[in-house]
Design a protein around this ligand. Structure first.
Ligand code: CUA
Length: 351
């Protein structure tokens, strides 16, 4: 059914179609347009035709109409079925868009007035640019440092608000190499229109070449540094019980709280526990032991710390690219951090 969407890409004024999902979403969109068009024509023609047919004529008295069950059932059931199709089709695509595949590569995006900062699991950073490998599912975990932004990549037909205070996510699987646009699609201040960038879909070889560029260690290694620098390691002892919970093997595991609830130690929970430690107290521990790190750590730092905590849980489904395990992989030391700006040398966007 989906194989036939390719022709849609040839319609002028349509954004490039660079993922399978983009084609499917376009197909639904054209279907909605077609239904709207048919209904508009039916209604307009009906209104004009009946106005003409039943216009006032001299010497003719109007006869009251008492309805027709057949007609009423027909005009109720047919639109109902058409709407059911819209509902089923839209829900199917929506659920798909909300469920990133298990093997998706996780990349972190932080929105800030007025730029997009990207962090890859291997520690590579980019600004207003995102490089992804062709054919691989990519999950973006996004946070905002100030106001509500919205991360949009029309070529993949994905867009999601990035709201301060928690993580938002979206995923896509690029199927066409190229240079595509990134927009902020939520008004976020006077330079909102300049909060733009480019996503480059590279084939695997080109991607490997690009990724070998350089960074200061993996995200987890950067997190480990912060863990020591901020004094976390004095209370969260890894080998024995300290004043605070041991962080080994907690990622994505249930945690019992002092108020009797049990929560999963996912990214959102870890983020909250770093920034506002008293929000949820682990059973058996005291409140007010750990300082608040709200305002002390940037969203990027929090992402690095979470990557480190993740790396302490070898069984956790780690994003590809990171090396899970207690000891961060002795990776070949890369040169100094390189923040890759939206490259000037790249070809013009395909739109
Ligand atoms: Cu950020 Cu508009």
């Amino acid at each position: 059914m989906w194989a036939s969407y390719r022709f849609l890409a040839d319609i002028p004024f349509v954004a490039p179609i660079a993922s399978k999902e983009a084609g499917q979403i376009d197909l639904l969109w054209w279907f909605l347009c077609a239904v709207s068009l048919v209904m508009t024509v039916l209604i307009f023609v009906g209104v004009i035709a009946f106005a003409f047919k039943y216009r006032k004529k001299p010497g003719v008295d109007p006869v009251p109409v008492h309805g027709s069950n057949v007609l009423e059932i027909t005009w109720s059931v047919i639109p109902f079925l058409v709407m059911l199709v819209m509902f089923w089709w839209g829900a199917d695509l929506f659920f798909d868009s909300q469920n990133p595949p298990k093997d998706a590569e996780e990349i972190f995006v932080v929105g800030k007035q007025w730029m997009w900062k990207v962090q890859h699991p291997d520690g590579t950073r980019e600004m207003n640019a995102l490089h992804v490998p062709l054919g691989k599912a990519v999950k973006l975990t996004m946070a905002s440092e100030d106001v509500i932004h919205s991360f949009s990549m029309p070529a993949f037909r994905v867009r999601h608000d990035v709201v301060p205070g928690h993580y938002d996510a979206l995923w896509f699987r690029p199927t066409k190499a190229g240079h595509y646009r990134i927009f902020c699609t939520e008004y976020c201040g006077d330079r909102h229109s300049q909060m733009i960038g480019f996503v480059d879909v590279l084939n695997q070889d080109d991607y490997n070449t690009w990724a070998s560029g350089g960074s200061t260690g993996t995200l987890a290694e950067q997190g480990q540094q912060l863990f020591t620098q901020n004094g976390c390691s004095t209370c969260h002892l890894l080998a024995e019980q300290g004043r605070c919970p041991i962080l080994k093997n907690v990622y994505n595991k249930p945690v019992e709280l002092s108020d009797g609830r049990t929560v999963i130690a996912d990214d959102a929970y870890l983020r909250e526990s770093i920034l506002e430690p008293n929000a949820k107290i682990v059973k058996g521990y005291d409140a007010n032991v750990m300082p608040n790190f709200k305002g002390q750590l940037s969203e990027e730092n929090v992402i690095q710390l979470i990557a480190y905590i993740k790396s302490l849980s070898p069984a956790a489904p780690a994003p590809t690219g990171t090396q899970p395990g207690a000891a961060p992989a002795p990776a070949v030391k890369k040169p100094k951090a390189v923040i890759k700006e939206a490259a000037v040398k790249l070809p013009q966007p395909q739109q």
